[in-house]
Design a protein around this ligand. Sequence first.
Ligand code: AMP
Ligand code: MG
Length: 408
Amino acid sequence: MKLMRVTSPGDVLQIINEQFRALADETLPLEKAGGRYLAATITAPEDIPGFDRSTVDGYALFSGDSFGASESMPAMLEFAGEVLMGKPAPPINNGQCCLVHTGGMLPAGADAVVMVEETDLSGSLVQVFSQVAPAENVIHRGEDLKMGDPALLKGSKLRAPEIGLLASLGISSVRVHRRPVTGLFSSGDELVDYNAATLGPGRIRDSNAPALQFLAEQLGTEVKHGGILPDSFDSFLEKSRSMLGETDLLVFSGGSSVGSRDFTARTMQELGKPGLLVEGVSIQPGKPTLLANCGGKPVLGLPGHPVSALNIFSIFGKAIIGRLAGQDKPGFEPTVKAVLTRNISSKSGRTDYIRVRLEESAEGLKAVPVFGRSGMLRTLAEADGLIIVPPAREGISAGETVEVRPWE
Ligand code: AMP
Ligand code: MG
């Protein structure tokens, strides 16, 4: 048997970054651009806000008029009317104040707003019971963003806040990178379509296809499923060659270990240059993982074991999709802290992903390892998340606080 050359997970991520580029960009209307990554930095075409605004409901005044005001010694100001929302504010003089609502325009002559709770209006007099500093409860023109400032940098993901920010600037279309299209194949003579009514002897359902499709779609790609490939080199090559032509990224599930019946590696060498880059990763579960660059397009070979397939796709599939979609730097992986309930062992030199269930307890969250054969999907379905044991460690002891990456 041929020995497998293994690459560390960190090196695989670096290879992904070095080998692949963001896809071409396109212009999209803002309301269709959510989840995409900006292909160019956007500068603010105008000031935000466009005028000095109150951040509270209260009275706009000249702050100097409130100095020394207190509960027992209120300042007395002349009521000069109300600033209507969406209307220009008439100017005020010293000694006067104007009722203003949250977001309303600050009148010329005023430099602060006292909250309505700190005042009392009787007739045409407003009593002010506390002093306000200059600029208190006011957001100035351009304070959020000045015209010409970078509003969002190239590579930013357009989440809800970014969409809102661009809309507030009147930007109705954006240059974003194209959304990757993923071609997905399952492989193995034992597989039948998952919705087949009956299974012949020795047959199993192709559970990876719909699971990986959902994951890939969650990660922001469109998926084309190429069906189940029989274990034959010719069908691997023929089907994947035409699929690669229509997609940005190819994923094979199964057939990835470097053995005589495994065709993914050979197919990768034929599909395009430079070909196979990674033929095994020091990771558990998921060691028999392949990665190739076939004429500039990434091709990922996942182990067929369902747990390994999902684990590997959630790490390296995610990184590839992010790279193609134009993500500038890897996103944060949110984790929750929990106390491990049992010792777990791990081989040094390997990054282990341990499935855990989270349990609430009086002392806080507990992480309970879910044990079972690595291929068993049930163990993953029972898990809330994963603990990552770094290669330098040979396990983690019960009682230690660990970081759990939730499995969505
Ligand atoms: P392979 O990576 O092809 O050697 O497959 C490893 C194990 O995963 C075998 O037991 C396969 O039967 C199983 N397997 C491979 N592909 C799938 C799939 N699409 N759905 C469910 N199990 C699979
Ligand atoms: Mg197989």
